[in-house]
Design a protein around this ligand. Structure first.
Ligand SMILES: Cc1ncc(COP(=O)(O)O)c(C=O)c1O
Length: 370
């Protein structure tokens, strides 16, 4: 029996677009008493305290009552100089997720096709469906790598407005080779976005070099991972100036606040700090992988990022529960049909990794009844 209030609510909700109503809101999930948080591929290091203080003092002099510039031009210029790219070909966003939605606004209308390899960062599927696009999913190879042949075939056959390649990919941690990416780009009539959120950890070269030859290429990066600024929300997109000029028409102005811009600029001026952290995180991820590989019955996918995908013989929810009891939070990835039994853990500081590995061992032992 529905009450009058429920009927009235349903009558109102009918005016929300069906594409939106069908979706589920993004939800990371948490657990009480987490002391070791390894579930969002974050950088475990915050900025040094003296640097944070310096930034806060500088910010005392900034006017809170004034709008920032429509686009964060200082950061745009600084990134362009660093990457040898035209500043007009740089678009900065409130995190790279926000830029993905800007691409949806500009490129994905009702019925537009969007080719997405599987399994990939779920936000792209949501974005494409919300804008009314038709998602064409391309299954992976048996080793979970993106299938470059199948992708090349799919883009030729379906003529998508947009194809997205996360390389290295989340949640698998696997990267495409430059040749594989180039083949998909050459076959695609529409835009190809290469999401390089984890590029700093990858041994393969960046896809930026493709921008010179292909007007349909876009490369997206973030300050959330290697730069450790997930809480400030800064990402950027690189493309040809003509393409970025069109995207600027679709997006909201003032998406990046003064503080985020200033902190990102400061990190660009401290390459040695960022470099040291990347090196430490790569070493941490290698050790974490080796520690997991040393456990009986644990299968690990070696990664080109700051996280690893693994599975045990146990159901992921039991692993999650056992770890949570011991204060550790990782991410259950078994919702992806291609990833049954899999969990994802990001590299933390070495003591955090040790707590995680010990907690996993205890969980496996407890479940085996030993
Ligand atoms: C592949 C990929 N792209 C983008 C993002 C989001 O980055 P941002 O924090 O810049 O929105 C993530 C975050 O997990 C990611 O894994």
């Amino acid at each position: 029996m529905t009450t009058r209030q429920e009927r009235e609510m349903e009558a109102a909700l009918r005016f929300i677009r069906p594409e939106v109503r069908r979706e589920r809101a993004y939800h990371v999930g948490s657990a009480p008493d987490v002391t070791v948080k390894l579930n969002q591929n974050e950088c475990p290091y915050d900025l040094p305290e003296d640097l944070k203080r310096e930034l806060l003092e500088a910010f005392m002099r900034a006017p809170f009552n004034r709008y920032p510039t429509e686009q964060p031009d200082r950061l745009r210029e600084a990134l362009a100089a660093r990457l040898g790219h035209d500043p007009d070909g740089v678009l900065i966003g409130n995190g790279s997720n926000e830029l993905a939605y800007t691409l949806g606004l500009a490129m994905v209308g009702p019925g537009a096709r969007v080719v997405l390899p599987r399994p990939m960062f779920a936000l792209y599927g949501t974005m494409a469906r919300i804008f009314g696009g038709e998602v064409i999913g391309v299954p992976p190879r048996p080793d979970l790598r993106f299938d470059a042949d199948a992708l090349t075939d799919a883009v030729g056959r379906t003529q998508p407005a947009l194809t997205v390649l996360a390389s290295p990919n989340n949640p698998t941690g696997l990267a495409m080779t430059p040749d594989e990416i180039a083949r998909v780009v050459a076959a695609a009539p529409g835009f190809v976005l290469i999401d390089e959120a984890y590029v700093e950890f990858n041994e393969e070269p960046s896809a930026i070099r493709l921008l010179a030859r292909h007007p349909n290429v876009l490369v997206m990066r973030t300050f959330s991972k290697a730069f450790g600024l997930a809480g400030l929300r800064v990402g950027y997109l690189l493309g040809r100036p003509e393409v970025i000029a069109e995207l600027l028409k679709a997006r909201l102005p003032f998406m990046v606040d003064r503080f985020a811009e200033t902190v990102a600029m400061t990190l660009l001026q401290r390459p040695e700090l960022v470099r040291a952290r990347i090196d430490a995180l790569k070493a941490s991820c290698r050790r974490l992988t080796a520690d997991l590989q040393a456990l009986d019955g644990v299968e690990v996918i070696p990664s080109q990022t700051n996280f690893v995908l693994f599975r045990t013989g146990l159901e992921p929810r039991l692993v999650m529960a056992g770890l949570a009891e011991r204060g550790v939070l990782v991410r259950d990835m078994s919702g992806y049909p291609e990833l049954p039994g899999y969990l994802r853990v990001n590299a933390g500081m070495s003591n955090e990794n040790q707590v995680f590995v010990a907690a996993l061992k205890e969980t496996l032992r407890a479940q085996a009844g030993v």
